[in-house]
Write a protein that binds this ligand. Structure first.
Ligand code: PA5
Length: 478
């Protein structure tokens, strides 16, 4: 891929068009230039906060440096991926949340939409599955279609203490042991460098597992550009260097402390202004099946990062807006009616694609039926793009705020840009809100309650507390 030439990078540049957020398009429903100007100092402070703390492990800002500091790791990953592709028929990610959403998002974005159904030659790599749940039916379904001895399992968990991932591990480890397979032959761990249960398991096998490090300063939801995402992507034959180059390129496009020159800061400012107006629903609507799971990945990034009870000053703020995933054009026939006529409580972000992987001409036919005949001679690409533009326009005409992230095409380089843009946008928004973007106390509380319910040692206090909660009343069960 020619990502090293300046011209190509420019051609593949991801841009943000926020005309339909502004009063020039929306009248009184839009943001005035003066409101953006009024945010100038605060936006600069948010920019400075992120710039000043780049790479700091103690603040979980190690993700900012991932495009630059992984040369040796990338080389190692590429070598491992080559072996895995040769040796295994299936590759399965065991993980959840930040350890699963990135790998499956990149798979969806960059591989054939029916990849697993292709023959081995067309696929060029192992069949690929990501288990990001503990639904027993899902686990059984996986076991029905893979051959565990011919499968490489990538166990991804920073803490090695996540019940879901460790349950998946226990089930697979048991199956492999019973099949006489030595676990290190069929498993790769991606985990903390020195702590956690996967490290203990590895030690009990004499350090025989192949391991990749989930760096200290990188939280799960910001981890797609470290081995969490890079190994599965490389196994799938995705150009991970191009993905990292895309992220670095977006970083360079976001190097100015100005809303009009920094796309991530612009998006953060728009989200922040609209949050203060009470618009508490944040819809991400890619017009591309390849980017459908980008919306899932983004929902976690946004929700877990910004949904916080208190700010740094100790005030109760209950910050955050609710991310909603939507797919164009599919959800035009499901959600868009609400977006156009329902409450004025949403901001819609479209992701548009300039050139799809194929255009798919629409043949002529039914010329005597005007409602159908007009379609002939166009392409599906034209149709989806026209519907995307038309929906943005219709929303604008109805006074509804929306903006568009434009991808010239979906490839490794543009995906890297998009991920980094959304990560930076989230970090800037957190800084504008003066909250800790990188912790997740709410999720941790849920994890502890699960431990208590399943009788884990050390969680007796939590169990007692749960037992002493008011009993459920039958009259509220119908
Ligand atoms: O973003 C996060 O930090 C979380 O979603 C974690 O990725 C998730 O809870 C899994 O944690 P772990 O990687 O420790 O198993």
């Amino acid at each position: 891929m020619g990502y090293k030439t300046k011209e190509w990078r420019n051609e593949m540049r991801v841009t943000v068009d926020f005309n339909y957020m502004m009063s020039k398009s929306l009248g009184d429903n839009g943001i005035k230039d003066s409101e953006l100007r009024a945010l100038k100092d605060k936006a600069e402070q948010a920019f400075d906060y992120v710039a000043k703390n780049r790479g700091r492990d103690d603040l979980f800002m190690g993700w900012t440096e991932l495009p630059y500091n992984q040369d040796a790791i990338v080389a190692d990953i590429l070598a491992t991926a080559k072996e895995v592709r040769k040796k295994f028929k299936y590759f399965v990610v065991l993980g959840i949340g930040g350890s699963a959403l990135g790998p499956i998002m990149a798979f969806n974005a960059l591989k054939h939409l029916h990849y697993n159904e292709l023959g081995p030659k067309e696929r060029g790599g192992p069949k690929f599955y990501v288990e990001d749940n503990v639904d027993p039916v899902r686990m059984q379904a996986l076991l029905d279609v893979i051959e565990p001895e011919k499968t490489c399992f990538n166990v991804i968990s920073k803490s090695g203490a996540t019940s879901e991932t460790m349950t998946q591990y226990l089930i697979i480890a048991d199956i492999l042991k019973k099949a006489g397979v030595s676990l290190p032959d069929n498993m790769i761990f991606t985990t903390d460098e020195s702590r956690g249960n996967l490290i203990k398991i590895d030690q009990s096998f004499g350090g025989k597992f192949k391991k990749y490090v989930l760096p200290d300063g990188v939280g799960g939801r910001f981890s797609e550009l470290c081995p969490v995402g890079l190994l599965p992507a490389a196994v799938l034959g995705i150009d991970i260097k191009a993905m990292l180059a895309g992220a670095a390129y977006m970083d360079s496009l976001c190097s100015k402390p100005s809303i009009s020159k920094n796309p991530a800061l612009a998006c953060a400012a728009l989200q922040y202004i609209t949050m203060l107006q009470g618009k508490n629903i944040n819809v991400l609507m890619p017009y591309s099946d390849n980017l459908k799971l980008m919306a899932d990945w983004y929902c976690q990034l946004w929700a877990e990062s910004l949904g916080k009870a208190v700010d740094y000053a100790g005030n109760t703020v209950n910050a955050g807006t609710t991310p909603v995933k939507s797919l164009g054009v599919t959800d035009q026939h499901s959600q868009v009616q609400l977006y156009i006529e329902g409450p004025f409580d949403k901001v819609i972000t479209f992701i548009s694609v300039g050139q799809y992987g194929c255009e798919m001409p629409i043949p002529h036919g039914c010329e005597d039926i005007p409602d159908v005949g007009f379609l002939g001679g166009h392409t599906m690409q034209e149709l989806i793009q026209a519907e995307n533009k038309a929906t943005a326009y219709a929303l604008m005409r109805a006074g509804r705020m929306n903006y568009t992230i434009n991808l010239p095409e979906v490839n490794e380089f543009t995906l890297g840009q998009l991920m980094y843009l959304l990560e930076l946008q989230t970090a800037y928004t957190g800084a504008l809100l003066n909250i800790n973007t990188f912790n997740q106390p709410g999720v941790e509380n849920g994890k502890k309650a699960t431990f208590a319910l399943l009788g884990k040692k050390g969680y007796e206090g939590q169990k007692n507390e749960m037992d002493s909660a008011p009993p459920l009343d039958d009259k509220y069960i119908v």
